[in-house]
Design a protein around this ligand. Sequence first.
Ligand code: AP5
Length: 207
Amino acid sequence: MRNVVLLGPPGAGKGTLAARLSQELGLLHLSTGDVLRDEVARGTELGRLAQGYMSRGELVPDEVILAMVRERVDGRRGVLFDGFPRTLAQAKGLAAFAPVDVVVFLAIAKDEVVRRLSSRRVCASCGAVYNLITQPPQVAGQCDRCGGDLVQRPDDRPDVIARRFEVYERDSAPLVDHYARQGLLVRVDAGRPPEAVFADVLAKIQG
Ligand code: AP5
């Protein structure tokens, strides 16, 4: 079982791809964004700490994230990391407790991610992800899976999207070179439909 990292800007489709890829490859899907949103929803100490950073589109401090991930990995092999690592410090911290076998970089233009995030809706009950343009629900405003209400994520407001993208370019984009230098990077064109992205990733990481 290999440890796989999904890297890419906000809205590149990491979560959408991770849901299918983790099933196909039998990996544990570990999304730091999902874990943090769950902590916020439950009003835990970690959630209260993270909420301010998330609502502004800033990163939660590295040491908090590393402790959170380490606890969940717990020595396990076969993890699909979604949205982590996001800084060089996180990448170095991860290397100290889990080896990275392959890094999939979802390359996509900024105007496309802005379009995707502005039209994203998520289920308030089960967290399923939709898109009003590319992946609409069968009944408007209602989750196909559980019937829950579809809502906009608080950080999908235009001003926060812009900040998240700036933070990505400053802190996370350098990871592309970091992993390329280690010979671990697989680059995929993420500007295509989900099916095409999934098939390409599968071919490249299994080939
Ligand atoms: P996080 O939840 O990780 O947000 P993100 O990285 O900005 O990524 P998104 O979830 O917005 O997008 P995605 O790439 O998963 O795209 P999706 O599949 O949903 O993090 C949120 C916040 O938490 C951060 O800002 C930070 O504060 C904190 N945080 C999290 N991790 C952290 C860390 N490691 N360190 C510090 N802080 C951290 O798709 C987007 C939309 O497009 C959807 O509507 C979807 O339906 C649609 N779509 C997907 N794929 C396609 C496709 N191929 N074609 C057309 N539409 C598509």
